[in-house]
Ligand binder design. Sequence first.
Ligand SMILES: [Zn+2]
Length: 298
Amino acid sequence: MKRADFLQRLREGTLLCDGAMGTQLLARGLAPGECSDRWCIDHADRVQAIHRDYFNAGSDMVTTNTFGATRSMLERHGLDAKVREINIAGAQAARAGAGPDAIVLGDVGPFGDFLEPVGTVTEPELEAIFSEQIAALHEGGADGILIETMADPGEATVAVRVARRVADWPVLTTFAFSKIGDGSFRTMTGATVGQIAQTMRDAGVDALGANCGTSLSLPEYVELARQLVAAAGPVAVILQPNAGSPGAGDRRSATPEEMGQVVPMLLDAGVRILGGCCGTTPLHISAIARSITARKAQ
Ligand SMILES: [Zn+2]
């Protein structure tokens, strides 16, 4: 998909992403600790079914099951020889499941370590890691790239640069924020909303925002959304809240109805792309879709 065509779609209205992949894989038999990305080649039918469920629930965009499919992450499972195969299969599974009308976003997660000087990985090494994955996602037929759950703006900048080089397609980035003691939102590396927005605008993304905010409540996501929109300027803001924080059980989980109810506030805040992260299901996505439609009709 050409970048200009994506931006045109965004001008026409809100775009809806899908919900969580991990919970859906677990529900279909993924064992805890098993390499979920490997399911793109071992259980493509089940991965396709998840994409189909989300498309049928109202997702305009589906995200490939390749969050950990970089060489650096796959080698933890002894699968570093399968980077290309898994990413191509991941893009193909999304297309096969969601169909020709869906926008397939190739999913790129954190590479699992830190850039120098905090870690030992150099920028050229990181470029090579992301290039291998992103080129394979393109080869498999992805329409664009979603670089998600980022913490370090430097790492995300490298990924955006690589994605821009691979094709003329949309590139979106989301960061995982927490609310800290002084009331501000920060990523795990301490980056502020303003720093993230500025860095991603400079990198040339088509949308920037947040996903997977550990322990954020829905009202806190609304507050974060307002800050992101203020800092993003002309760049579209994407928000994919959790319906429950990973590891917290159901204690904080939001129901589909609660998620649907927060949608008008997020749209009022100026969010242009919605979706869900951990704990969200096709039911959450269809509640969000209904809420977007109801608002359009007003
Ligand atoms: Zn998440």
